[in-house]
Write a protein that binds this ligand. Structure first.
Ligand code: CP
Ligand code: NVA
Length: 305
């Protein structure tokens, strides 16, 4: 059974195929020629956390490909509480053709996938956000015409979005730099697993955002306090202050640099309003690409292309 739980196990060739198909699906959509590749397919979506982009782009994408989605708030299902994840997975597999899960713990996704007989897609966990990373790659490729050897500098927290992007960059022969405060870098264990999966992955960590962006093609940031970390907000606001992506930091980067942010953004915290709204920003193109990147993932998993 194929799943899309994180990018680590997937070969570069698959990511390449997904990106090519995402570009094809984007063109088809813009021409009003969405294929009917999910005709008769039903996708169950269980979200334990809030969402705009992931929920709506999945629901819209499934509908545009001729399928149907059923959205169920996490509070309704109470994953792992009302009944075991194994019982949930085996029951749901008989009703739907695929599952999208947004969860507090990556283990929830992994455990459901062990018992599901339909594909499971991770729509964000505490550890990873693989669908976001696919839309990020699509956007970077649109900006530069290629991914090869491009340098992505993630400024901020070594979080779920950063981890998936680092894996994506490693797989696609790109350079990834994480500029994070001490204590918020990637875990040793994550870097170890990545080096096993990707030979010569070009991943660098630093505590100096100014030095990091010197040769950046892309500067990427995300919120300092992710969903589930609200109790740490005050301390994080202080710790991350020198890591704001603002006009001063942008002035240290090459002229051609592009700004990405997975959104939602906290203007005045991780990014200044001027940079988010400025000419280097492609954040809404990036948000739009969630639709197309996920359609490619759905076609791959649910029997289309
Ligand atoms: N970027 C992203 O996943 O947005 P949502 O939390 O709104 O889905
Ligand atoms: N790192 C953020 C991403 C939101 C899309 C979070 O997990 O809340």
């Amino acid at each position: 059974m194929r799943h899309f739980l994180n990018l680590m196990p997937h070969p570069p060739e698959l990511l390449r195929d997904l990106l090519t198909n995402a570009a094809r699906l984007k063109k088809a959509h813009e021409e009003g020629k969405d294929p009917n590749s999910l005709c008769g397919k039903v996708v169950g979506m269980v979200f334990e956390k809030p969402s705009l982009r992931t929920r709506v782009s999945f629901e819209a994408g499934i509908a545009q490909l001729g399928g149907t989605s059923i959205f169920i708030p996490g509070s309704e299902i109470q994953l792992g509480q009302r009944e075991s994840l194994a019982d949930f997975a085996r029951t749901m597999s008989q009703y739907v053709n695929g599952l999208v899960l947004r969860v507090f713990r990556q283990e929830t996704c992994d455990e459901v996938s062990r018992f599901a007989s339909v594909p499971v897609i991770n729509g964000l966990s505490d550890i990873s956000h693989p669908c976001q990373a696919m839309a990020d790659l699509q956007t970077i490729e649109e900006c530069f015409g290629t991914l090869d050897k491009k340098t992505v500098v993630f400024v901020g927290d070594g979080n779920n979005v950063a981890r998936s992007l680092a894996v994506a960059c490693g797989k696609m022969n790109m350079k990834f730099i994480l500029a994070a405060p001490k204590g918020y870098e990637f875990e040793k264990d994550f870097l170890q697993r990545l080096s096993v999966k990707v030979n010569n992955a070009d991943i660098v960590e630093t505590n100096d955002p100014i030095a990091a962006v010197k040769n950046a093609d892309v500067i990427y940031t995300d919120v300092w306090t992710s969903m589930g970390q609200e109790a740490e907000r005050e301390i994080r606001l202080k710790t991350f202050e020198p890591y704001q992506v603002n006009e001063k930091l942008l002035s240290k980067a090459p002229k051609h640099v592009r700004i990405l942010h997975c959104l939602p953004a906290h203007r005045g915290e991780e990014i200044s309003n001027g940079v988010l709204e400025g000419p280097a920003s492609v954040v809404f193109q990036q948000a739009g690409n969630r639709l197309h990147a996920q359609k490619a993932i759905l076609e791959y998993l649910l029997g289309g292309k």
